[in-house]
Design a protein around this ligand. Structure first.
Ligand code: SF4
Length: 124
């Protein structure tokens, strides 16, 4: 753990696991941005401290060095990072263009769980 994180106070955050519809309560202990533990929240009225191994694995997803945290755009020179503002502007503009050309029902959307922890919006 980097020295700067050693000096950070130990904090506890309570969150809801977003990996499936059970939405179990989580108790997460952190120092800086480093997750020290993920356990079930004993005060959660539904899950009552029970979680499955996938919730514990959220730590690996969170700290994965390859995890995307900003939008990227495919260009002739490869993937380039863009701002959220630019990403929403471009997607909105393209949806509007498709609807103007092919009609309002030419675009649909669905939210799916492709892999655990990765809820993806598919627009067609
Ligand atoms: S802890 Fe497991 S069962 Fe509970 S919401 Fe997360 S993935 Fe679902």
């Amino acid at each position: 753990m980097p020295e700067s994180q050693l000096k950070s106070p130990l904090i506890t955050q309570y969150r809801t696991c977003n990996l499936c519809e059970a939405m179990c309560g989580l108790k997460i202990e952190l120092k800086g941005h480093k997750i020290l533990s993920i356990k079930g929240d004993q005060q959660d009225p539904f899950s009552q401290a029970h979680i499955c191994p996938k919730a514990v694995a959220l730590q690996d997803l969170y700290q994965d060095k390859d995890r995307l945290t900003k939008p990227v755009k495919k260009t002739a020179n490869g993937w380039q990072e863009i701002s959220w503002k630019e990403a929403f502007k471009q997607v909105g503009s393209q949806i509007k263009n498709i609807q103007q050309q092919y009609g309002r029902n030419a675009v649909g959307a669905i939210l799916v769980l492709v892999i655990p922890g990765c809820i993806t919006a598919i627009v067609w």
